[in-house]
Write a protein that binds this ligand. Structure first.
Ligand code: SF4
Ligand code: SF4
Length: 110
């Protein structure tokens, strides 16, 4: 699976020269299109690392979990704060759950 970019939420990172998702993607897969929205070049080349999901300041990107991990249609969105990340799980039936993960374990391991 891959990511889904909600074009109604993405603001193209305003006037930034390079968008935050574009900057962080290790595969150089993301770019800002002519409509000033983020777009992915190739879904099949995305390895679902989640970096862009965490980098997006307006939660415009959903991480679609691979079927090897979950059989149902579940996606994740992240809201990063300085000390923690709020992960929102969107279930197939429309329900949502939130999990708060500290930014660090305290052992220097993130
Ligand atoms: S999930 Fe990772 S590899 Fe896929 S588009 Fe986002 S940053 Fe790039
Ligand atoms: S980081 Fe978010 S708001 Fe900025 S271009 Fe990417 S998807 Fe759009």
């Amino acid at each position: 699976m891959s990511i889904f970019i909600d074009k109604n939420v993405c603001n193209g990172c305003g006037q930034m020269k390079e968008t935050l998702c574009e900057r962080i993607c290790p595969g150089d897969l993301l770019f800002r299109n002519a409509e000033h929205k983020a777009e992915i070049r190739s879904q099949s080349d995305c390895w679902t690392c989640g970096a862009c999901v965490k980098a997006c300041p307006v939660q415009a990107i959903d991480l679609k979990l691979p079927s090897q991990i979950l059989k149902s249609n579940v996606s994740l969105r992240a809201q990063c704060k300085k000390q923690y990340t709020v992960w929102e799980i969107r279930n197939e039936n429309g329900t949502k759950e939130e999990f708060i993960i500290p930014a660090t374990t305290g052992n220097g391991v993130e």
